[in-house]
Design a protein around this ligand. Structure first.
Ligand code: NIG
Ligand code: FE
Length: 434
């Protein structure tokens, strides 16, 4: 398969970049791990007054400035051409890994936002044919080219805000043709943008109008027609189901996950946003890579997630925007669980992909420490999209996806200054993007 990176590598020459005088190099790993959990989430390894050397798209070396001369004399470095960046007073972070978005969509839904302000709930709006069905109508009327252009603008925006890897779901098609259209747009974004993208087939996002009262027939369509086509065109990495009150049941979810597994599609599911739906248990049972939302999480759900390999992923942008209850994040970490935070970027419940603001919500609303939210949006985000061996931290041999901040007083200043864009320079796949 041709990847975005290889197309871009042909277009531009990869460059070598040496960054010096870094005030703090954040999320450094000498012995990379897949994710961090429990009390380890409050530890964040940093290197003060550091250098970072990037070569041919990858992190080649880093260390204290006091070791730079020695590195420069070494074989790997001596004769190479490089771009020199001085990061005095600035921090260097691994790019955010946003493991849950719906950023391929048509138009916007600010009218429903007003309905919400007037007091209608998310479920009431959905029952009136608004919500996801509204986006599905808009998407149906939008050409594939226009859908690509609209989505590209969102990708460019999140790149400028520090995101270097993003998972994107289908789910506004709700029929085979339109679901495939969405997934083709995601594939085109993979091929034409420098951000790392993973794609998820979410056929079971809502029951379309024409299947009202015939939900089982819609599931049959997903299983017998959509999944085989998605798989044969290699359009998805993962499979998702909105397993919640008023949407899809545990039985629906299990049928769909089993069908997906036959084609090697690992689950990442929407669970327990609106109720104790049993979605968390279903996700763990089918070895989901992540279960996402989790506003309704109790002791049983926590016990089930422990040692499961399924990443609990919280989406505080959605709870914030819809004015819903927050998941018990503190309790989950204290019980020993890992936590991932993602944006849920979508037109209905979280119309923003700003991961720095997600960190602020993690601190303010979920009572997480800055170190915990940074782990949640980097290495744990990478795990939740199956890329933690190549992304999510500053480690030798990982993909050079990083951002340099503006001059800031401390690491904590990032979630604290919640409204400021503090991302200055963006490097993706070792290329200077901004
Ligand atoms: O993650 N919960 C389900 N799906 C999306 C919302 C999609 C929409 O309202 O358009 C979510 O919040
Ligand atoms: Fe979502």
């Amino acid at each position: 398969m041709i990847t975005g990176i290889s197309i871009l590598a042909e277009k531009f020459n990869f460059m070598n970049i040496l960054i010096i005088n870094i005030k703090s190099l954040v999320q450094v790993e000498d012995n990379p791990v897949d994710f961090v959990e429990g009390h380890k989430m409050s530890a964040l390894k940093t290197l003060d007054n550091a250098f970072l050397f990037i070569s041919n798209g990858f992190i080649e070396s880093f260390g204290p400035m006091s070791g730079l001369k020695e590195f420069q004399r070494s074989g790997t470095f001596s004769s190479v051409q490089f771009e020199l960046l001085d990061a005095i007073g600035k921090l260097v972070f691994p790019s955010f890994c946003d493991s849950h978005t719906h950023l391929v969509y048509a138009g916007s839904r600010e009218i429903e936002y007003i309905d919400k302000i007037r007091g209608l709930s998310y479920e009431e709006i959905a029952r009136r044919g608004g919500g996801i069905l509204n986006s599905a109508r808009l998407l149906h009327e939008t050409s594939e080219e226009s859908l690509y252009r609209q989505s590209l603008e969102r990708i460019n925006e999140i790149i400028s805000l520090g995101t270097g890897a993003v998972e994107i779901k289908s789910g506004y098609g709700l029929n085979t043709e339109d679901e495939l259209k969405m997934l083709r747009v995601i594939r085109r974004l993979k091929e034409t943008t420098p951000v790392t993208i993973r794609s998820t087939f979410l056929g079971a996002h809502a029951v379309p109008e024409e299947f009202k009262g015939k939900q089982r027939d819609f599931i049959d369509l997903i299983i017998n027609e959509m999944i085989p086509q998605v798989a044969s065109d290699e359009l998805a990495d993962f499979i998702d189901v909105f397993c919640d009150k008023g949407f899809f049941t545990i039985e629906d979810t299990e049928r769909i996950l089993m069908a997906g597994m036959k084609y090697g599609l690992r689950a990442k599911i929407h669970a327990n946003e609106l109720d104790f739906s049993g979605g968390i248990q279903a996700g763990v049972k089918y070895n989901a890579l992540s279960v996402d939302h989790l506003e309704y999480t109790g002791d049983r759900e926590i016990a089930c997630l422990l040692d499961s390999g399924t990443m609990p992923t919280l989406l505080p942008g959605a709870a914030f925007f819809l004015g819903m209850i927050d998941p018990p994040a503190r309790k989950m970490i204290d019980a020993g669980l890992p936590i991932c935070l993602a944006s849920d970027f979508n037109p209905g419940s979280s119309p923003s992909g700003n991961m720095k603001f997600i960190m602020s919500l993690g601190c303010v609303k979920l009572r997480l420490l800055p170190e915990e939210v940074i782990n949640a949006v980097t290495i744990n985000g990478a795990y939740a999209m199956g890329i933690s061996d190549t992304h999510g931290s500053i480690a030798r041999g990982k993909v050079a996806n990083i951002f340099i901040t503006k001059p800031v007083p401390s690491i904590e200043y990032l979630p604290y200054a919640y409204g400021s864009n503090l991302v200055d320079t963006v490097i993706l796949n070792g290329m200077l993007i901004q």
